[in-house]
Design a protein around this ligand. Structure first.
Ligand SMILES: Nc1ncnc2c1ncn2[C@@H]1O[C@H](COP(=O)(O)OP(=O)(O)O)[C@@H](O)[C@H]1O
Ligand SMILES: [Mg+2]
Length: 455
């Protein structure tokens, strides 16, 4: 069957074939049963006659018996009789020549009472042929035949009637089946109609689940789930474009204003130098944002891990402690590492992820406290927790911390891309990042599979 045929057409075709097949078998069964019944009736009639004949020939002379038989059986045009007494003399006969000749070649057999004979010339007969002992002790040979074609006309009509009934019923059930199938599949059309209405601008609409039958309900729910995820991503993407424009606008406006102000009058070399230096600072900030965004795009791409190696996390953390030593001393912070573990991943990326957390921790830690990096491994998962004491994060939606450009306190030193990059790196390693913040301190925790299962 053509694989592009619609479900409705296929089901209708299957329905039609099955209905026609079943009805045909049923029709044949009914026909055969009717025919069988008719034949049984014929034989029953013959058996009646055998009983009657036995009684009529049970006494009297040859002539008397012949007389009685002729009177009783003379008006049975349907049945052929041939009755002979034990001396071989004919008592009564309406049998055709062909039947008599056939009977001579097929002597009466006490074991086979009923027979079906086909005579020379074609006619088929249901026959009873037997030798019967009667009351006076003599035997008679009784041959009774009834033409099979007697019911031919009736059976032909019956066949026609059945054929018409089968065709009509098959047609009706196919049409009804087709209608039922199309009606049943209507919710599918509704779903696809609804799906067609959904565009980027109407991602909030959902497919109606209640109207769908049980099987389609799951599909509709799955599609609605997909829509919800798409909508969320789409919203983030839209927000991101806005945020990006906003982020770039400030340094560009700053530069523009400065340059325009300087250009209004001729200035000293020092003034130009100062303006250029200030512009260079703004450009530096812009360059950082752009390179961070590029890095983020690469880290978020599927298959983001360029190379994979066994990374000793203690070494990574210790090298970062060396790097941040001066900064920590400056703010009288103690850097402490607890535990060690190895993780399969990209060393540079993991280095950057932890560096982002550490720089945040150092920036937000209360002076004179400890910044602790705890490393542990259990059940194939590596846990890296960066903990500092300081003002807790008061955010309505703490998961937004990981969004691009999100900064809790408006403009901070960074562009708000650090945690987004960290999360992208962790996810590229098949891991996850969580945050817990309270009066006791703020802890960012990375959970990364120890063996590479990069997502
Ligand atoms: N250890 C921390 N303690 C308190 N707030 C933090 C901490 N780490 C991150 N944050 C908050 O999360 C925001 C986003 O961090 P991040 O993505 O690294 O951006 P950035 O450091 O550029 O501001 C920060 O602006 C800050 O408000
Ligand atoms: Mg940061």
């Amino acid at each position: 069957m053509n694989s592009r045929l619609s479900i409705a057409t296929r089901l209708t075709a299957i329905f039609a074939i099955v209905a026609t097949g079943v009805l045909t078998v049923l029709g044949i069964a009914i026909y055969l049963s009717a025919r069988h019944n008719l034949i049984a009736q014929d034989f029953a009639e013959l058996e009646n006659k055998v009983a009657l004949i036995s009684e009529l020939v049970s006494a009297g002379t040859h002539e008397q018996r012949a007389q009685r038989l002729a009177e009783a059986l003379g008006h049975h045009p349907n049945i052929e009789f041939h009755i002979i007494d034990d001396r071989g003399e004919q008592l009564f006969s309406t049998a055709s020549e062909e039947l008599r000749i056939h009977a001579q070649n097929q002597p009466a057999d006490p074991n086979v009472r009923r027979r079906d004979w086909t005579l020379i010339g074609g006619p088929r007969l249901h026959v009873i042929h037997l030798r019967q002992r009667v009351a006076d002790g003599s035997t008679v040979t009784i041959l009774l035949g009834i033409d099979d074609a007697r019911h031919a006309a009736f059976l032909r009509r019956f066949r026609h009637l059945l054929a018409i009934a089968i065709v009509t019923a098959a047609l009706a059930s196919s049409l009804l089946g087709g209608y039922a199938v199309r009606r049943t599949l209507r919710p599918l059309q509704t779903l696809s109609h609804e799906a067609r209405q959904i565009t980027a601008g109407r991602l909030q609409s959902r497919l109606s689940v209640d109207a769908a039958p049980a099987e389609l309900e799951q599909l509709a729910q799955a599609l609605n789930g997909m829509l919800a995820r798409l909508q969320q991503d789409f919203t983030r993407l839209t927000e991101f474009s806005g945020d990006l424009a906003h982020e770039l606008r400030t340094p560009i406006t700053n530069m523009l204003t400065q340059v325009q102000v300087v250009l209004t009058h001729p200035r000293s070399n020092d003034a130009y130098r100062e303006t250029l230096a200030s512009c260079a600072e703004e450009l530096q900030q812009l360059a950082e944002i752009v390179s961070d965004l590029l890095y983020l795009a690469q880290a978020e791409a599927p298959g983001a891990l360029p190379t994979c190696e066994l990374v000793p996390l203690d070494e990574v953390v210790d090298s970062l402690f060396d790097f941040y030593e001066l900064l920590a001393e400056d703010r009288q912070l103690q850097l402490r590492r607890q535990g060690s573990a190895h993780v399969e991943g990209n060393r540079l990326m993991l280095h950057r992820a932890i560096a982002n957390l550490l720089s945040n921790a150092l920036r937000h830690a209360t002076e004179g406290t400890d910044v602790v990096v705890g490393i542990s491994e259990s059940r194939g998962m590596c846990r890296i927790a960066v903990c500092n004491q300081g003002k807790p994060i008061v955010s309505d939606d703490i998961s937004r911390l990981f969004d691009r450009f999100y900064r809790e306190d408006g403009r901070s030193e960074g562009a708000g891309l650090g945690l987004a990059i960290t999360r992208a790196i962790v996810q590229a390693h098949g891991g996850s990042i969580t945050v817990d913040s309270s009066e006791r301190g703020t802890t960012f925790e990375l959970l990364i599979p120890a063996c590479a299962t990069a997502a």
